[in-house]
Write a protein that binds this ligand. Structure first.
Ligand SMILES: CC(=O)SCCNC(=O)CCNC(=O)[C@H](O)C(C)(C)COP(=O)(O)OP(=O)(O)OC[C@H]1O[C@@H](n2cnc3c(N)ncnc32)[C@H](O)[C@@H]1OP(=O)(O)O
Ligand SMILES: CC(=O)C(=O)O
Length: 538
């Protein structure tokens, strides 16, 4: 059976740039355009040449090899011809293959925002599309507020879309600009427009996520006949974002209801890079990935629940809607107070630790984890500490060194220049191979001082921990008041690129940090001896 193509249009670099807190440099745009192009998107909309120096510089040359490199901008203004409109001319002169013109299609906006007549707006759409086509570029028209416009004045919204189509626009894109439209309305309005003479093969959908329906609305539009979807990586975009392409792409590819009828330009070999693409993009944005993102989130195929884990290990289909590997993600069976033997056996096996189901030490380990979690520990997020606890309970952990005592001091005082300064100092007394070592260090804060002092002189182990780095530090207060319990999570890394999290819990934040720091160092020494961190490929 032949399948119809759904064209994928990415607006990460244009609508995504309108996300509060996101601001791309030219260099960022070049890298992201290359990622999108390589992944196989049909169109990459790069921004608005002429609107700001970044976008103008970005459009000085073509930035994609395969994808249509698309510039975005307004239709010409009323009262000037297309050839005399400076904004439109900057678009025409950009190094783009295609131009996506934003056009008003709600008569209320024509009156209030543009301040021109309905006819003048239709002329602006017509003349601007013609100018794009005459410049040898492909024309697309984003009909802004199409659905709200249709509800207010259906005849005028349809006239805008038809004018664009008849003037030669390859795609007329229906925008749910305010993001409030619901899937049944999208279906009905798209069907009415197709009925009125604009074919679905020339229609696109651009949905915003203000009611959490951007993906559902995009798919509803496809069901009603549109054949282009606009969206962004990880759903970034104005206000609540746009339709998330990292959800739409696998849904079209992996769900029979769509996959039987439609295809996209994304190869299955590329689909397995989806999780990496999504995370690489977050990395570039310098933000943590959303763990609960469909398909690509770290929790998308994770389970804590013992009942689920037990069935998953018998057959993954019991609790997975698609195979995690199909989108480059992983199954995770986590250990926590919600887990049973199956969770623990699976996680221990993954870490190279064999244990029989009826081994009483396994029951003891589960008991300890459950007891500790009741007091504030969270092992699902502290893989390093879990592994050490497992080794300690099921076998042994060498005693590399012992900390006899530590002291941390925070002092606020005037320095020699008369400036007020807060100084943190730590003293740690350790026994290594029967020898007592005392280290003193100053740090940016008390935990930093303690960390430096702990790692300052580990005697014969010192060289082994030189590449150990503290990558992240998270503090969580588990209940309110001055006697609150504090949980500290520390992420460590070393030259091998491995990362591990360790946990500490105490009424005292320094003590909680000390526990997590100690686990981080011991894990590293175990790892150097291949006694820990031997994770099996998933
Ligand atoms: C729904 C969307 O997401 S559309 C995309 C929105 N994105 C952006 O606006 C980002 C880039 N924009 C910009 O940098 C600036 O708005 C510019 C450079 C485009 C224009 O700047 P300015 O000339 O200073 O105008 P300003 O931003 O104040 O107002 C927009 C103008 O465009 C006009 N306009 C808005 N949409 C259209 C349209 N589709 N066709 C023609 N004119 C339009 C408005 O009527 C207004 O005109 P006015 O100044 O005569 O009142
Ligand atoms: C064009 C666009 O971004 C919108 O209407 O939402």
């Amino acid at each position: 059976m032949t399948r119809e193509k759904i064209t994928l249009f990415d607006t990460t670099l244009r609508d995504g740039q309108q996300t509060p807190g996101i601001d791309f440099s030219v260099e960022d745009k070049i890298s992201i355009a290359a990622m999108l192009d390589d992944f196989g998107l049909d169109y990459v909309e790069g921004g608005y040449p002429g609107a700001n120096p970044t976008d103008t510089a970005f459009f000085a040359k073509k930035r994609t090899h395969r994808a249509r490199f698309t510039a975005f901008g307004m239709t010409k203004r009323a009262g000037v011809s297309a050839s005399n409109d400076p904004g439109l001319n900057q678009l025409l002169q950009s190094a783009s293959d295609a131009i996506c013109l934003v056009a008003k299609s709600w008569d209320y906006h024509v009156k209030v925002a543009l301040g021109c007549t309905n006819e003048e707006n239709l002329d602006a759409i017509h003349d601007s599309v013609k100018a794009v086509v005459e410049a040898g570029k492909e024309a697309l028209v984003d009909c802004e507020h199409f659905f709200d416009g249709y509800k207010a004045n259906a005849a005028y919204a349809v006239a805008c879309a038809k004018t664009a189509y008849e003037a030669g626009a390859r795609w007329v894109v229906l925008c749910d600009t305010n993001g409030g439209t619901q899937p049944p309305e999208i279906r009905a309005i798209v069907s009415a427009l197709i009925e009125a003479g604009v074919p679905g093969t020339s229609l696109g959908i651009h949905a915003h996520n203000d009611t959490g329906q951007a993906v559902a609305n995009s798919l509803a539009a496809v069901e009603a006949g549109v054949r282009q979807i606009q969206g962004t990586l990880n759903g970034i975009g104005e206000r609540c974002g746009n339709a998330d392409l990292t959800t739409i792409i696998p849904t079209l590819a992996l769900k029979d209801t769509y996959a039987d009828r439609f295809e996209t330009a994304i190869d299955p070999e590329k689909l397995v890079e989806l999780t990496r693409l999504s995370h690489a993009f977050d990395e570039l944005l310098n933000r943590s990935p959303n763990h609960q993102a469909p398909y690509v989130g770290a929790s998308a195929f994770a389970t804590k629940a013992g009942i689920h884990a037990s069935a998953l290990l018998k057959d993954p289909k019991t609790y997975e809607h698609v195979e995690p590997a199909s989108v480059g993600n992983f199954r995770k069976v986590m250990v926590s107070d919600q887990g049973g033997k199956a969770n623990f056996i699976n996680e221990l096996k993954r870490r190279g630790i064999a244990v029989a189901k009826d081994d009483p030490k396994l029951d003891r380990l589960i008991e300890i984890v459950k007891e500790r979690e009741a007091t504030g520990y969270a092992y699902e997020g502290a893989d390093g500490s879990f592994e050490l606890l497992a080794h300690r309970t099921l076998g042994t952990v060498p005693e590399f060194f012992a900390v006899e005592s530590f002291r941390v001091m925070v002092e606020r005082r005037f320095d020699s220049n008369g400036r007020l300064k807060t100084v943190s100092e730590a003293v740690v007394k350790m026994v290594i191979d029967g020898e007592t070592v005392m280290s003193v260090a100053e740090g940016d804060g008390p935990v930093n001082a303690l960390d430096i002092a702990l790692r300052k002189d580990l005697g014969k182990f010192q060289r082994e921990i030189e590449d150990l780095e503290l990558a992240d530090f998270k503090v969580r207060i588990l209940n309110g008041g001055t006697s609150a319990i504090t949980r500290v999570l520390i992420e460590s890394t070393d030259a091998s690129g491995a990362r591990w999290w360790t946990v500490g819990v105490s009424e005292n934040i320094i003590d909680a940090s000390f526990q997590a720091l100690m686990d981080a160092i011991i894990y590293k020494l175990m790892k150097n001896r291949q006694l820990a961190g031997q994770i099996a490929a998933e």
